[in-house]
Write a protein that binds this ligand. Structure first.
Ligand SMILES: [Zn+2]
Length: 232
């Protein structure tokens, strides 16, 4: 069954008119972030920014998101310890994958341990990515095909893998990067990041290879990688 789903997903794409509109809105978000000194000052001094200030950047980014798209998910923060405790209660293995951030039923959750050690674009870019998943849930994109794609339940297949499987597993990555939800979210995310870098001249800081960063993944595929998996 998964093989069949892969075959279907491989041939699925969004209309050009959809991408065009999505790019315009992503550029607007990037430009509003670039014109917010409160945010850009912190992005420039990310290493010296406190955790509270980093949380504030996420909140400010979501305000801009709401201004551009008219909708915004709820925001929550959790620690790695809290997440592991929750997983233990759910009966998952001890070494189960903990996400840097995730979106579930209208709420974006951020891992604060991971946020503290993130690169500078993370607090602007990840709310945008997860917010895109929220839009897929609650908005109409004015195109019957696009709306139908987002109403389908292929994401449930991922949810199964998501909690239990190894994130480095080739089959997992293969399926994940083919999901239309992710092709859309990574597509606009990458476009927005490039616009932001161009507008501000701020470069992405090195994401240190610390144990926390290794343990708590931000999947962060680039579109090149998504396309690489799609084109096999
Ligand atoms: Zn995603």
């Amino acid at each position: 069954m998964k093989k069949n789903i892969r075959a279907c997903l491989f041939n699925l794409d969004f209309p050009q008119s959809f991408w065009q509109k999505e790019k315009e809105q992503a550029a607007r978000y990037a430009s509003l972030v670039a014109n917010s000194p409160e945010i850009t000052q912190k992005l420039k001094n990310w290493q010296d920014t406190s955790l509270d200030d980093k949380k504030e950047v996420i909140e400010q980014s979501l305000k801009i998101f709401e201004y551009v798209y008219g909708v915004v998910p709820k925001l929550e923060f959790y620690t790695e310890a809290q997440e592991r405790e929750r997983f233990v209660k759910l009966g998952y293995p001890e070494d189960v994958h903990v996400n840097a951030a995730n979106y579930h039923e209208g709420v974006i959750s951020f891992n604060t341990d991971r946020l503290q050690e993130s690169d500078n674009l993370f607090a602007v870019s990840v709310p945008f990515h997860e917010g895109t998943h929220y839009r897929q849930d609650v908005q109409s994109f004015g195109d019957a095909l696009v709306d139908r794609i987002f109403q389908s339940s292929v994401t449930n297949l991922l949810a199964y893998d998501n909690e239990r499987n190894d994130k480095q597993d080739k089959n997992y990555k293969d399926l994940y990067t083919m999901l239309p939800f992710e092709v859309h979210a990574y597509g606009v995310q990458e476009y927005m990041e490039n616009e932001l870098i161009e507008n501000t001249g701020i470069q992405r800081t090195n994401n240190k290879d610390t144990p926390v960063v290794k343990r708590i993944h931000n999947k962060g595929y680039s579109m090149a990688k998504v396309n690489q998996y799609r084109s096999r």
